[in-house]
Design a protein around this ligand. Structure first.
Ligand SMILES: Cc1ncc(COP(=O)(O)O)c(C=O)c1O
Length: 403
């Protein structure tokens, strides 16, 4: 027997569709000094409610350490499961019961569970085109094939969706579910109006295809009127709804949730036992207290004030720097602007040039499984300081606008 010097690892085919994060890869290569990153999708650290969290955490450790450091039930800590329906009714008009809730390690874990529970490897699912890069990862990791439906400024084009479903069904590829981010979409910032939401629910019910509503940014509206969550609409009771504390508390505490009918929750429960047994107990108690003490409402109001200003700075800077026929979204909330430049360039290939000019973004191609969206990019306006946002856009202009 001949012993090899090194192990010859064979990796699973689930990894084939998974791409490394573009920005992380690039930053490894680039010297980051002075670089303005409009790339990451991070909340501004000034929105982290440190004082409130410190007092909540101290109280919890002093009074409930036996519980807060113990394993939790797989579905979640009962107090947190009990308090979420009231929060969701108040903020999103969603009516549900504690037994319709599962708490997860971020809504990202909820996405992964969906791919495991509602589909088999090789199955087809529907997403928006472009869509959230983490959803592409979660679905690829489950071996799912994604069919992206084109969007306009009102979100997924539901007329096209229906045609595509019919065609897929003819091919024997009925989609296992439809995934949408209807409010302040990542990456485009677009919001789907009420009529289209109703149409989407109608399609989901007529073809008996589960509808997934991912709403991490719903609480962050800066302009315009609230558009009801699909889960809150008549006929939307079976919509699976994903929410998160990442944008209204902190992403580092890794807490999200899925709202679903009890027969689906019981399957998530089974699957989560294999994934991590239970979500971080301490985070769940912190979130419970954060809602119970009302701190969440005060903090979200502050976040909205800060982010509205930052959104305006970015949109105004684009108006003054990119008046060359380029187009961009003007989001009413959330964290992103979607810029499509007028020049016929591939934004992925231009990243090196942009970094040389001191600015980073994520190219449109990161948000698609088709290699499309070549002239587009996602710009984040929540993380940077106000003056960095305007300067970042000036640097982008140097990269993309013919002088
Ligand atoms: C559309 C969407 N879904 C889900 C997530 C995951 O969020 P988390 O796992 O922090 O709850 C994000 C994060 O940016 C997102 O943009």
């Amino acid at each position: 027997m001949c012993m090899r010097e090194r192990m010859n690892y064979k990796f699973s085919y689930f990894l084939d569709g998974m791409k490394p994060s573009e920005i992380r890869e690039l930053l490894k290569m680039a010297s980051t000094k002075g670089l303005i990153s409009l790339g990451g999708g991070m909340p501004n650290p000034k929105t982290f409610p440190s004082d409130v969290l410190k007092s909540i955490m101290n109280d919890l450790i002093e009074t409930r350490s036996a519980q807060v450091f113990q394993y939790a039930n797989t579905l979640g800590v009962q107090e947190t499961l009990d308090i979420l329906p009231g929060y969701l009714e108040k903020t999103q008009g969603i009516k549900c019961l504690p037994e319709n809730v599962i708490l997860n390690s971020g809504s990202q874990q909820g996405l992964y569970e969906l791919g495991k529970v509602l589909a088999n490897p090789g199955d087809t699912i529907i997403t928006e085109e472009p869509t959230y890069v983490g959803a592409i990862s979660a679905f690829s990791a489950n071996g799912l094939k994604m069919e992206g439906i084109e969007m306009d400024s009102m979100g997924m084009k539901t007329e096209l969706l229906e045609e595509r479903i019919k065609q897929l069904m003819k091919e024997g590829r009925k989609p296992s579910f439809i995934y949408t981010i209807p409010t302040f979409q990542n990456p485009t910032g677009y919001t789907m109006p009420l009529e289209r939401r109703k149409h989407l629910i109608e399609i989901s019910r007529s073809y008996d295809i589960p509808l997934i509503e991912d709403n991490p940014y719903g609480e962050l509206r800066y302009y315009g009127n609230h558009v009801p969550a699909m889960r809150s609409l008549k006929g939307g009771e079976d919509v699976l709804y994903l929410g998160t504390f990442s944008k209204v508390m902190t992403p580092g505490l890794r807490l999200g949730y899925t709202i679903a009918p009890t027969e689906v929750i019981s399957k998530f429960n089974l699957m989560k036992q294999a994934l991590d047994l239970a979500t971080n107990t301490f985070s769940q108690y912190v979130a419970y207290e954060y809602i119970k003490r009302g701190a969440i409402y005060k903090q979200v109001a502050l976040n909205i004030d800060m982010y509205r200003k930052k959104r305006d700075i970015m949109v105004n800077a684009l108006e003054s720097e990119f008046n060359d026929g380029s187009i961009w979204s003007k989001p009413e909330g959330g964290m992103f602007v979607w810029l499509t430049v007028s020049q016929n360039v591939d934004t992925k290939q231009m990243i090196g040039e942009a970094i040389k000019n001191g600015v980073a973004y994520i190219s449109g191609q990161a948000f698609t499984t088709k290699g499309a969206q070549k002239r587009s990019m996602r710009l984040n306006f929540t993380y940077g300081d106000d003056d960095q946002l305007a300067e970042g856009i000036r640097r982008l202009r140097k990269t993309f606008v013919k002088q």
